[in-house]
Design a protein around this ligand. Sequence first.
Ligand SMILES: Nc1nc2c(c(=O)[nH]1)N[C@H]1C(S)=C(S)[C@@H](COP(=O)(O)OP(=O)(O)OC[C@H]3O[C@@H](n4cnc5c(=O)[nH]c(N)nc54)[C@H](O)[C@@H]3O)O[C@H]1N2
Ligand SMILES: Nc1nc2c(c(=O)[nH]1)N[C@H]1C(S)=C(S)[C@@H](COP(=O)(O)OP(=O)(O)OC[C@H]3O[C@@H](n4cnc5c(=O)[nH]c(N)nc54)[C@H](O)[C@@H]3O)O[C@H]1N2
Ligand SMILES: [Mo]
Length: 681
Amino acid sequence: MHQIRRSVCPLDCPDTCSILATVEDGRVVRLEGDPEHPFTGGFLCGKVARYQERVYSPDRLLYPMKRVGPKGTGRFERITWDEALDTVARRLASVAREHGGEAILPYSYGGTMGIVQRNAGHRFFHRLGASRLARTICSPAATVGFNATVGASLGPDPESIVHSDYIVIWGQNTAVVNLHLMPFIKKARRAGARLVAVDPYRNDTARLADLHLCVRPGTDAALALGIMHVLVAEGRIDRDYVAEHTLGFEALSARVLAEYPVERAAAITGIPEEKIRSVAREYGAARAPFIRIGDGLSRHSNGGMAVRTIACLPGLVGAFAKKGGGALQSTGGSFAINEAYVRMPELSPPTREINMVKLGETLAPDFRPPVKGLFVYHSNPAAVAPDQARVLCGLRREDLFTVVHEQVHTDTVDYADVALPATTFLEHGDLYKSYGHLYIQKAEPAIAPVGEAKSNLEVFQLLAARMGFDEECFGETLESQIRGVLDVSAPALEGIGHSQVADCRPHRLRVEAETYARGFPTPSGRLEFYCESLARQGFDPLPRYEPCFQEEEAGQGALHLLAPPSKHFLNSTFGAVPSLVARAGRPTLLIHPDDARARGVRDGGTVRAHNSRGECRLTAVVTEDTPPGVVVAASVWWPKHSPEGKGINHLVSQKTTDFGGGSTFHCNLVYVSAGSGRGDS
Ligand SMILES: Nc1nc2c(c(=O)[nH]1)N[C@H]1C(S)=C(S)[C@@H](COP(=O)(O)OP(=O)(O)OC[C@H]3O[C@@H](n4cnc5c(=O)[nH]c(N)nc54)[C@H](O)[C@@H]3O)O[C@H]1N2
Ligand SMILES: Nc1nc2c(c(=O)[nH]1)N[C@H]1C(S)=C(S)[C@@H](COP(=O)(O)OP(=O)(O)OC[C@H]3O[C@@H](n4cnc5c(=O)[nH]c(N)nc54)[C@H](O)[C@@H]3O)O[C@H]1N2
Ligand SMILES: [Mo]
């Protein structure tokens, strides 16, 4: 007997697919894309289509465990939930008593994007008076930068891209990370749209494009300013739109005319002048140009300003007012739901905030006041966080009590004092929004929890009870929290309440495709070429280009490392699926033939990549897909699946972005040498 259950992909990906799960005898045997969901369009990516392998993986944590070997060795003994919860509650209470609540750090990110489960720990840690975590590892620079120009990440509706005649994918490997947008792009191209990709290497998406602008990493703002120069100098501006809907055009045009002639933009970006001119002319002439801005390009020290600058382009040509035009960074701002309802920030005393990008620094023995208790859930910092050597060093500290609530036996679990088994999305319910489309959907569990796994919500409810937190909110059901999240009066949510989402089908927000048609949610109500609020924070109020590195940082032979997502993984989530790990092969480094030759590196050989933070070994792929000076390592491998247990994030720094304190995964210099084994350099 089999049944089809509706579900939603909980992974941190813009596509948020609607899923049909086939269940036989209580086991999930097949997952398929929901044909009724307009964005999912009836298919899943190659990763999630195999998610059932992950549910029943030999790496799955099935019961609570306590550590019996040295930290990092992953040796555990089974314990009961009662013993686990008692231990965790007792240890957290003693840390709080001896060192203060701030000595406890919750660390969580995007393992599940479900609104209730993702936020279920917040009220607990707020009540505990723990340090607050600034969840910055992904895209704050892009969000802050985009919003400085247009006010909020509202859209346009990604589905409207079918009406565009000129599509620019800027800093995103869409065919890998936003796969379900591709059918819409294909449709637009069938109707004649041109596709341009702006990326420092020829990724899977650039390969499909009509034109690939191979920009030097971290120089996108200069490219956008060069394009603006052409638009202004040649009068390819929508004057009426500019006058009515934008702020600061005179100042912007003075700057681009004086400071960003095409020759300068070409010298900075490495893109020939003629290409910059022709792209600017095509962009200016297009009926409805659409720019898909990836968060990838924002993971540089100058990334926020780069995104803000690109977001100005549609303002010059009036593209936001055209069906199929505009610039899309995220649709997240359109979901007017009340997530604070789950988080309850009002429970927190004024505690310090710790930037998650700086976990390595935070766990160092000299950090004051110290962190003595760490609670990791739905994140895998031992694999995904920057400056891996520092992170692992911190996790090894004997005086740090570490709890890890996880589905599978990750590297982070290896460092836990107590490991708790977590349910997957097929085993718990939740409400899901998206950052890449405009549908909201609820999901019920498709199967019973595997082993003794418990959801985030259950774990924090049980712990709250053990800690003696007797406020009613610590017993609040999932249903009641979903009701609270949706209980807002916003036009986008009209007719989408608790009882409507109960059908577990996708519900489209009540928003228009041209999301800024009624004005921009900026302080001036206009698209801000000139942004006063940036000026108040000490930034340049106008778009500008600032180099990522100082000259002296780039020593001889340094190469620019990009560490973007792999097609076979989603962050580190699929390290627990052997068939996907096998497909991904081994950790590789794309390197240009000239750079390979100069270093005696051969295709398929082992290379050592290193910098002041550490080193790791990878297999060289010698290819012209990457230009001279740039190397690319698809991520994120589990360190324990990497040579010598060292992942690429050994080479990534804890440096943060200009806006928002974000991560800089693509803004690192490395040295590469040929080498086969340990010890050579
Ligand atoms: N298969 C798969 N899908 C995923 C993920 C995954 O790991 N695997 N991760 C998910 C998550 S958490 C996120 S946040 C999103 C990520 O999605 P986005 O951040 O929107 O896009 P990415 O493709 O990660 O961005 C990486 C691309 O940016 C390019 N890039 C790097 N530096 C620059 C630059 O200076 N200029 C320009 N123009 N481009 C640059 C890289 O070369 C690469 O092609 O994807 C989600 N989807
Ligand atoms: N080199 C490099 N590093 C990167 C990136 C990159 O592009 N390159 N991308 C960065 C980005 S954009 C991001 S967003 C981060 C993402 O980093 P993370 O959010 O840490 O993402 P994952 O590595 O997928 O880890 C999520 C973990 O949560 C667990 N999990 C899933 N659901 C649940 C649940 O309901 N409860 C509990 N308790 N656990 C659950 C999963 O088993 C998984 O191990 O990585 C960053 N790291
Ligand atoms: Mo992310």
